[in-house]
Ligand binder design. Sequence first.
Ligand SMILES: [Zn+2]
Length: 190
Amino acid sequence: MIDTGYGPRVPEIRSAIAGALHQSPRWLIDTHWHFDHTDGNSTFAEDQTTVVGHANCRARMSQDQFVPSLEWGVRSSPRSAWPVLTFNAAVSIDLGSQTLELIPQESAHTDGDVVVWLPSANVLVMGDLMTNGSYPVIDESSCGSLHGMIQAIERLLPFSRHASYHRRPRSAPDCSRFFRCGDPGRRAVR
Ligand SMILES: [Zn+2]
């Protein structure tokens, strides 16, 4: 499982997964610390799912956070929600039928972004490094930056198919269009 969604939707997500798998996911991978991606961590951890994430994701979940641009004041998450297995270099998980590649990014949306590459499905799950139909969201309080977002998209653009957290899966042309959204900001930065 990759991310657990926003709090009010967690029971619905849990029910859908239980109906499909008839068991709890073995692994839960957080793409970053934001609550709309991690609110369900404790629920799945109670079901014996192992929560995995960037070391900085755990660090931020363990402390109160404030995001000025979004006026978000976020209390620290309960310890049961924190990733118990953390990393800051690429990690592979062999599921038997397929392998997941967990690839931490340089600071971009936050300082704890992870993308998940599923080579057998040719899918890249990008968390909030990409949003569909809007400008990128950058959490400056977590060391995010426009420069970092552009660099991340430049690195990831060669992947042939993409999935975005917030809306429908994206294709490579969608990704190219999103990438061009950063051009005015990039020129301003330079
Ligand atoms: Zn986010």
